[in-house]
Design a protein around this ligand. Structure first.
Ligand code: BV8
Ligand code: ZN
Length: 289
């Protein structure tokens, strides 16, 4: 059976579901100017992001991987949350959610590392401080399961110092390399000593994100939320990266409903109960209004 496109039917589900989880991917931030991984925009036209976002990729060529992440840091620093981030942030405010879906819980599990969802949550909570007065749900409103672009992590196993660092550029040697990306020129080979170093022990630092073959953060909390969920909203993801890509199936196998919000068709969306094709910065706003 094809997924429903009936927005009123979905809004009814939004009002009657008890434990709602949203699973987001790069498409949530596309309208903010953050390139997606696999879309036509091409995260980094020259290289395959999947090869760079790995421990092997980093140990083979830390200069190249740091240029990849420096480029994304600089793009994210210039970006701002869009209406899709804001729609999810608003819905996560207890009093706002209780008006739409009384005594429900809501968690956004994002694969994104750009920091736009926490920034949106902060902005929205400052606009509606009273909306936080209501009793808070037990589980977190937001989980960044793949880590954070601006976390800088020490590579020394005996140190493992981590700090939130939004310095632009993060170090002199990377300054200006983000411009080379657009020009498709050969990337400079930066000496490892000139790459970002740990502020505690001086060892080589790495981006504090979860690479392929590394274990995502908060897996136990996420697994529990997914087990409890009776509605899973899948937003702006190609649903090709696990374990996130498998969450909708678990909710559906447990008798819950799945709604996919995407610009185009994505993996397994034919099994969804609802499918809303279009820019999520419009469709999500429409759904929650
Ligand atoms: C793990 C952080 C073990 C770094 C990222 C074989 C089969 C199955 C699985 C595997 C396998 N081999 C290996 C695996 C596991 C592997 C995996 O899934 N590989 C894939 C490639 C097959 N997964 C892992 O290694 C994970 N770890 O499994 O550990 C474990 C697990 C549990 C418990 C114990 C042990 C770790 C994966 C994390 C990798 N790190 N990011 C960084 O960002 O640099 S993944 C990276 O891809 C990003 O996080 C990104 O978010 C994510 C997924 O991509 P999408 O977000 O979906 O982005 P994409 O570009 O693909 O799609 C964008 C979508 O948006 C499109 O559909 C587009 O149409 C849509 N869109 C665009 N604009 C809009 C829009 N939609 C709406 N509105 C718009 N305006
Ligand atoms: Zn260190």
């Amino acid at each position: 059976m094809e997924p429903s496109t009936d927005m009123n039917e979905f809004r009814y589900l939004l009002r009657t579901s008890k434990n709602i989880v949203a699973v987001a991917g790069a498409g949530l931030s596309a309208a903010s100017g953050i390139p997606t991984f696999r879309g036509s925009g091409g995260m980094w036209r020259k290289y395959n992001a999947v090869e760079l976002a790995t421990p092997e990729g980093f140990s083979d060529n830390p200069s190249l991987v740091w240029q990849f992440y420096h480029y994304r840091r600089e793009v994210a620093l210039k970006a701002a949350p869009n209406n899709a981030h804001r729609a999810l942030s608003l819905f996560s405010l207890p009093s706002i959610r209780n008006q739409i879906a009384p005594s429900s819980t809501f968690t956004l599990v994002t694969q994104n590392v750009d920091g736009l969802s926490p920034r949106s949550d902060k902005e929205i909570s400052e606009i509606y401080p009273e909306a936080l007065d209501q009793p808070q749900q037990v589980q977190p409103r937001l989980i960044e399961m793949h880590g954070r672009l601006f976390d800088v992590l020490c590579t020394d196993e005996n140190c493992r110092h981590i700090e939130f660092n939004t310095k632009s550029p993060i170090c002199e040697s990377l300054a200006g390399t983000e411009i080379l990306v657009e020009k498709n020129t050969l990337d400079p080979d930066i000496d490892i000593q000139s790459l970002p170093r740990c502020s505690q022990c001086g060892s080589l630092a790495r981006p504090g994100v979860v690479w392929f073959d590394e274990v995502p953060h908060h897996m136990d909390v996420i697994d529990n939320i997914i087990e409890q969920a009776d509605l899973c909203i899948v937003v702006g993801t190609s649903s090709t990266v696990y374990p996130a890509a498998g969450y909708a199936d678990i909710v559906q196998d447990n008798g819950g409903n799945v709604a996919v919000f995407n610009l185009e068709r994505s993996q397994n969306d034919e099994n969804a109960d609802f499918l809303f094709l279009g820019p999520c910065e419009e469709t999500l706003l429409d759904a929650f209004s």
